[in-house]
Structures are given as structure tokens and as C-alpha cells.
Design a protein around this ligand. Sequence first.
Ligand SMILES: Cc1cc2nc3c(=O)[nH]c(=O)nc-3n(C[C@H](O)[C@H](O)[C@H](O)COP(=O)(O)OP(=O)(O)OC[C@H]3O[C@@H](n4cnc5c(N)ncnc54)[C@H](O)[C@@H]3O)c2cc1C
Length: 509
Amino acid sequence: MTANDTYDAIVIGGGPNGLTCAAYLARAGRKVLLLERRHETGGGLNTDEYHGFRLNLHAIYHMMNERMPVHRDLDLPGLGVRYLFPAAPAAFVFRDGHALVFSRDAGETARAIAALSPRDAAAFGRMWGEFQPMLEQYLIPMTYEPPAGALDQLTEFNKTAIGRRLAEISDLSFVELIDRYGFTDPRVRMALLAFPAMWGLHLDAPLGFLYPLYLCRMLAAGLVKGGSHRLSSAIFRSFIRNGGTVLDACEVTRIVMENGRAVGVEVAGGQRFDARAVVSTLNPEQTFLQLVGEPALPGELRHAVQGWQWEDRTMFGLHLGIQGAVTFRHPDARVGEAMIVFCGLDTDDELHMHLQRVDAGTERDCQWLHVTVPTRFDATMAAPGHQLVRAEAVVRYDQSWPARAPAFGDSCLRLLRQYADLGEIVLRRHHTPVDIEAKLTTMKRGSIKHGAYTTLQLGYLRPNEWCSRSQTPIPGLFVGGASMYPGGMILGGSGFLAAGTVKGFLEQN
Ligand SMILES: Cc1cc2nc3c(=O)[nH]c(=O)nc-3n(C[C@H](O)[C@H](O)[C@H](O)COP(=O)(O)OP(=O)(O)OC[C@H]3O[C@@H](n4cnc5c(N)ncnc54)[C@H](O)[C@@H]3O)c2cc1C
């Protein structure tokens, strides 16, 4: 390959969205170059092996799993992807001796809630019954369609009764939504609010339309057998099979502009690659301010990008390799079999106070953890006789994390030990917000979705009204990462949508 090779498309960033976009374009017969800054592709789908333990340092819970178009279109099962679906997706352990175990079967979950509060079980049944058609008719298909403007969306919702109901809850906060459905038990309310809260979402923001996704798809979430990286390597294989080219350890430093058009990229070391379309899956600051450069940006786009809001909550991960067993002490055996065990908080008031302390930066010790023992479901994640523990806490970003990590990690461990007996710890790693942004520069300030979820940064406005349909005001430049509609997480959405837009562009140009 020479520096002057010309491609149909260059994709910047080999995370789940970049890989997806590149793989679809290659499958459509296009000549595609994928450029990745790290030594390997995968982005948030990395799985790192330390002394025989396979750590998913970033994404582990796959909410859309087999519902992602990429799963079917690229035959990911044929390329080795297998999802594991634990029967109990989540369990909450309370200090009063009770536990609440959520099952993949909604009836079973309602019965578990009824043991705490029959009234809340009835509310859950009503809510679940409404959420299913909302998801099937609207929310899941919408994830893989270009976003509609607010008025068009409302017109569409108004055509059906369930659409009108979705419109009604869309502007509610998560707390208002739980109130409206009539939940009263503080333990049940805490559990229901934990599903969006664990991702750093604000419980009082008017983002009600996200709730069915964050509740129902988390309860349908799967783990990738062998580690999340297996998903990215399958998409990678599809890309290569279809003639794609990957350069890893290759950081893009500039998007090359000629006569107001994006015509290629320059990488560290100065090499240049040309293409008819350049797709960036990086965050808006990187794409527009750093790689294109402010002088080349239309004023309104420059203002929009300068005002981009990062997430103010992120995650601290404590990853443990254990020789021997990990046993949750609760007498209900299903707690130990749950995919995620939440521990530390008992009521919704405690959750609110905890999040206030996180936001104020006054939480010094860990108060709330969600814990997964991947080896419980997948023995390939560690050597025989060993277990892997992933414990995560919602925290605020600041630069002091590397210094604070050992003490905060100790407090996570103390909290975990109140609920579980651990064998001998033979591996301990902290993954702090500073580590997150160091590993994936896209996740500035530990922003796991490449930018906050606010009403002004979602739907048709993500990342802004000019770019949410993958096109940008700059001819030849497209966006397709988590900062674009539909957003972050392993949804397989933004990269899929960008591929569709770029395919159309290439056919016409
Ligand atoms: C701690 C943590 C836990 C998470 N857990 C989950 C989870 O359980 N479930 C879930 O669904 N989501 C989870 N997420 C979120 C999820 O990982 C991200 O939202 C997702 O990875 C975004 O995908 P992406 O392809 O848009 O971007 P990324 O995954 O960020 O990929 C972007 C890629 O671009 C590369 N890059 C950066 N700069 C350049 C450059 N200049 N040139 C070339 N390449 C560049 C990066 O190295 C990276 O590989 C988690 C995130 C974190 C941090």
C-alpha cells in the first residue's frame, strides 16, 4: 500500500461503531480503510487478559445483543459470537434480610416484587405490559432508523394508542415515571431506579422514553462468551473477509480538507490516505475541533461543538481474580446466580442521597456497587478453580483518581465483603475514570457514552441537528460513533446508520 492509496471510505476509530460501519461498507463491495489508534480494534469491547483472568474493563452487559442488525446481517453466530443469558439478570440485597431477584420471566419478577409489596407487583405488571409494545413497535426499531424531528416523531406516535402512551411518558423523569405507575415500596423503587442510575443517568431529567430500554433491555441483557472482545473480533473478521483494510496503532491526527470538502486523513507520522468519504466515530471535540480544525467549521456547528456536555458521572471498576469461591451470603440461592448483584443501598431515598454525594464530590468511600462474577456463567474467563469479580461504582470524574484508587478500592472491597465471602484474592486491578479516558481518548472525562444524555443531546439533536443523521455540513465528512444518534452503549446503532448514509452517498457521488 502506498501513501496515495484512495479508498471509497475511511473509518476513524475501531470501536463497536467504527467496526460495524466499516464491515457493512466492505460487505457492500466498497474499498474501506479502518484506522485505530490503539494496538487493537474493539474500543469499548476490549477484553484484557491478566495472569489467566479475562477482564472486560469496559462493556460487559449487552442490552441489544441478538436484536442488533449486525448480529443477523453479518452472521455473527457463524463468526463465533455466542451470548449467555443468565436466568436472573439482576438481584438486589437489602440489609433487612430481604432480596429482590429480577428474572428474565416477567411473571416471576412480579411474584418476587409481590413478596415485598403486592401493590408494587401490580404496578410492575401494568408497566411491563405497556413497555413491551412500546419497545417492539417503536423503541427498538427506532434505534436502527435515522432520527425523526420532534414534530414528525409526535405525529408518528399519535397514530396508535401505545404510541400516544409513549409520548405521554417521554417527557417524564425516571422518578416521575415510577411515581405515575404507582410504586411505593422504597426497596422496589430503588431497584427500578438503579437500572438507569448504574449508567450515570440523572433520575430527575425528563428522559422517560429511555426507561423502557434501560429496564427491559437490561433484564434481557447477555454476556458474550469468552469476553466482549469476541464480538468486536467477529465484526473485524467479517470486515477482513470482505476485503477491508485495518491499520492499528495508527492515530488519525488530521482530516484533510480541500476546497471545503473532506478528502482524506493524515495519521501520526505524516502519512496521508485519501477517500471519497471520511467517517469519524470519535467524539465531537475530536472530530471537529481537533481533526478538522475550528477555522474550517461553519459558525453554528463550531458553537454547537464547543458547547458539547460531557457526562458528569462515570465509573470506578474493581476487578478481582479469586482463587477459590465467591459466595453471596444471602439465603436465596438465586442472588448468587444473578448476572448483576446490587449492594449497599436499600431505599430510593438512599439512592438519591448517594447520587447527590457523588455529584458534590463528597463521597470518599464506596456506598453502592453492582457486581458481576463472569466465571459463574462462563468458565473460560479464568483458569479452573478461579473466579473473576467485576465490581463497579458510579463516581464523579476528577484528576485525583490514580492517587485515590487504592483507598477507594479498599472501601469497595469492604462493602463487597459485607455481602459475599471471597476466596484468596490473587489479582486486583482498579480501573478509574482517568484510566478510562487514557485507554479510550473518545471517553473524555470518563464519559462512557462520548457525551451526556440531556434533552439537547439526544434524538435528532445528538450530537446536534446538523449531524444526527450521520451527514455533517462538511461534504465528504460523516459521523458514526456514540456521540451520534442513537447514542452510546453496545447498541450497534450509530455505526449501522452511518454505513447506510455513506453507502447512499457513495452511490450518488
Ligand atoms: C467502564 C465502562 C463500562 C461500560 N460498560 C458497558 C456495558 O456493560 N454495556 C454497554 O452497552 N456499554 C458499556 N460501556 C459503554 C460502551 O463501551 C461505549 O458506549 C461504546 O464502546 C462506544 O462505542 P464507539 O464505537 O462509539 O466508541 P469507542 O468504543 O470509544 O471506540 C472508539 C475508538 O476510536 C479509537 N480512537 C480514538 N482516537 C482515535 C484517533 N485519533 N485515530 C484513530 N482511532 C482513534 C479509540 O481507540 C477506540 O478504539 C461502558 C463504558 C465504560 C467506559
